[in-house]
Every structure is written in C-alpha cells, then in structure tokens.
Design a protein around this ligand. Structure first.
Ligand code: ADP
Ligand code: YYY
Length: 250
C-alpha cells in the first residue's frame, strides 16, 4: 500500500503544453500507487482514427460520429503506456508531428469533447471502483479540462504551469535533443500555436476556484513532483508512504 487513504482518490492536473503534466502526473501516480489517465492521448487517438478513416477533420459531424464509434482501449497503468484502436498499438503513432499538428482540429470539436469527456469520466469512475496498481484506489488524470469539466469534484485539483520559455525549451529538448534557437523555433507550432487553438474552447491558463497552481518554471523535475505531492497531501490528505520511486520510466 503506497498511500494511507482508504477511500478512492481522484487527482486532477491541467496545464498548457510542456508544463510537465504527463511526466509529473505519471510519477505522482506511481508514488501513490494510483492509476494514470492521459486524456490528451484520447484526443490524439481520436485524431489518428479519423485520419485512418480518411475523414476531413473540418467535417465536424463526420468526425464526431467516428469518435462515437471509435474502438479505443486506453490503458491506465502509469508504468506501461497502452493505447489500442481496433487492436492496433498506436502509442507511437499518436505522438508523431503529423498528429500533434492536427489534434487541435479534433479537440475544438464540441461534440467530440462531450463524447471523450464521457469516456474519460467513465475511466475515472472505474478506477474509483476497483483496486488499482500497488494497492491504491483511484487515479491521477491529466489534461486541459479535468479540474473544471471532467472531474471538478476531484479530491485534489492542480493547474501545472511554466513560463513560455521553459515550456519551449523542455519540448525542444524532448523532440530535438537540444534547446538552442533553431530547435525552439521548430517547436513553437506544437506548443504555442496549439495552446492558442485549444484555449478557444477550454481554459487551462488560469486556475479555477479551488484549483491550486504549481508553477514549475524554476523547479526541476523532482521538485515539481514534490510540489504536486505536497498539494495532494494538504488538500486530500493522501501521502506517499513507500520509498520514492526512482525508476526512470516516464
Ligand atoms: N520541472 C521540470 N523541469 C524540467 N523538465 C521537465 C519538468 N517537468 C517536465 N519536464 C520535461 O519536459 C518535457 C515535457 O513534459 P510533459 O510531461 O510531456 O509535458 P506536458 O504533458 O505538459 O506537455 C518532458 O521531456 C519532461 O521530462
Ligand atoms: N483534457 C484535454 C486533454 C487534451 N486536449 C487536447 C489539447 C492538445 O492539443 C491535445 C493533445 O494533448 P496532450 O496532453 O497530449 O498535449 P501535449 O503534447 O502534452 O501538450 O489534446 C484537450 O483539449 N483536453
């Protein structure tokens, strides 16, 4: 058992691209023995599926219908990423630039948001009901509207932010292996333009009432994990009791 809480716990984390949502949420989930839900992956999977079907992403009704019948199986183990569509492993394909460039067209479709929001809520509820990894019950769910729309009733709600400069440098390092001027320029579309497009339908730059902001601009990865764990301990009373997870799996 890695946390003392007997009741199921839901931790919601939102934030802009490159703020560290995915990597930090995964680490927090592992340390607390909880499941991990990457809601961005559901939007990426939906985009992959619509392109696979040859749809024009501007055809909102066709896209919404395709998402309603998408045969998606989302894994929720924080140490083993699993995203299957119709039995195909699409983990790598959904992270390609091709998908990153187009995902906002799907994420700004309001019918798609309603459908995927329902799916995400069902996945969260299922984790509250069943025992999870390492004995905990519950989930860390991250995205853009988890603290506000999908799980506004979560036990702990965090808005993870970072300066534009820090976010661009992190993404450039991740995608191009360096954070020099050229790499940062090549990353702008995937970070700044995408956030601009996404924020036309959802607010993830300013914390809603009751949501705690963690600014990771001047924190390293470990410090950011600790800052989020501190918020969870304070507002939800859930603490890590096992030794820190030093695994490097992100
Ligand atoms: N506090 C931090 N300091 C430095 N790098 C970080 C920090 N948090 C995350 N990272 C790194 O930044 C990159 C982007 O993080 P990621 O979790 O993918 O962000 P998001 O899910 O918000 O887009 C990853 O390579 C991650 O390891
Ligand atoms: N709850 C969510 C999660 C993601 N999205 C959208 C916003 C993003 O452009 C895409 C992909 O999300 P993802 O979290 O993978 O994005 P990052 O590359 O980590 O910035 O989905 C959303 O609209 N609502």
């Amino acid at each position: 058992m890695q946390h003392e809480e007997r009741h199921p716990v839901v931790i919601a984390v939102d934030g802009p691209s490159g703020s560290g949502k995915s990597s930090v949420s995964k680490a927090v989930a592992r340390r607390l023995g909880l499941a991990y839900l990457d809601t961005g992956a559901t939007y990426r999977a939906a985009t992959w599926w619509c392109l696979h079907l040859g749809l024009d992403l501007a055809d909102r009704d066709a896209v919404a219908e395709a998402v309603r019948t998408m045969p998606l199986e989302m894994g929720v183990d924080p140490s083993v990423e699993s995203v299957l569509i119709d039995g195909h492993d699409v983990r790598e394909d959904i992270r390609t630039t091709r998908i990153s460039e187009k995902v906002s067209a799907v994420a700004t479709n309001l019918e798609v948001r309603a459908e995927l929001g329902r799916l995400q809520r069902a996945l969260i509820d299922a984790q509250k009901a069943v025992g999870s990894f390492s004995g905990g019950r519950g989930v860390v769910a991250e995205g853009r509207d988890i603290t506000t729309v999908v799980a506004p009733d979560a036990d702990a709600r965090v808005l993870l932010t970072a300066s534009e400069e820090a976010r661009l440098a992190r993404r450039a390092l991740e995608l191009h292996g360096d954070a020099g001027t050229e790499a940062v320029e090549a990353t702008k579309d995937q970070v700044l333009r995408r956030d601009r497009d996404d924020s036309t339908v959802v607010e993830f730059q300013v914390a809603a009432d009751g949501v705690v902001t963690v600014d990771s601009s001047d924190l390293d990865f470990e410090q950011t994990i600790q800052a989020v764990l501190d918020v969870v301990a304070q507002v939800a009373g859930v603490r890590e009791v096992a030794p820190a997870d030093t695994s490097t799996v992100l």
